[in-house]
Design a protein around this ligand. Sequence first.
Ligand SMILES: Nc1ncnc2c1ncn2[C@@H]1O[C@H](COP(=O)(O)OP(=O)(O)OP(=O)(O)O)[C@@H](O)[C@H]1O
Ligand SMILES: [Mg+2]
Length: 142
Amino acid sequence: MTTFVKTYNVLDDMTMVMSEIEFQNKSSRFGLSPKIIRHYQSGDKYIIEMERINGMTLADFYGEKMSDLPASILCKVKRILKILLYSGIQYIDITPYNFMIEEGTDKIYIIDFEHASPIHINWYVRDFLLEGKLNKWNQDFE
Ligand SMILES: Nc1ncnc2c1ncn2[C@@H]1O[C@H](COP(=O)(O)OP(=O)(O)OP(=O)(O)O)[C@@H](O)[C@H]1O
Ligand SMILES: [Mg+2]
């Protein structure tokens, strides 16, 4: 497996880089993004090494206009964004440069979590409904 390397200046806002890593880790656990292999500082650079997707961005493959995108691909893009949203991640950088289509499988991946942000989901709703971890009523309302 080959890797793709994303590089930042350590003078940049490192909390942003760390939150980008956290969001991408979560998304890759859902199988929606390339997995981060490791991340580390090297001199004045911060390096993120991730799986390289063997494919192209949707912009390179279908062009920049959403109207040129096949309906089935648009459907997959929305599905990815909805899964992220339901898991508490709001992804707003929705451009064809941030989705990649894998050669051979046509699987769609989302990349670049720089502008992603957390949305607040009540702890009980998250655990009970989304993560299926609880089997009791909401004690906050007992
Ligand atoms: N895991 C990957 N595998 C293969 N190519 C990738 C991968 N991640 C990113 N790329 C390529 O690198 C480009 C830039 O990646 P990304 O959007 O994450 O970086 P960026 O520094 O935020 O760039 P930009 O400012 O253009 O958004 C993508 O459009 C894509 O072509
Ligand atoms: Mg990008």
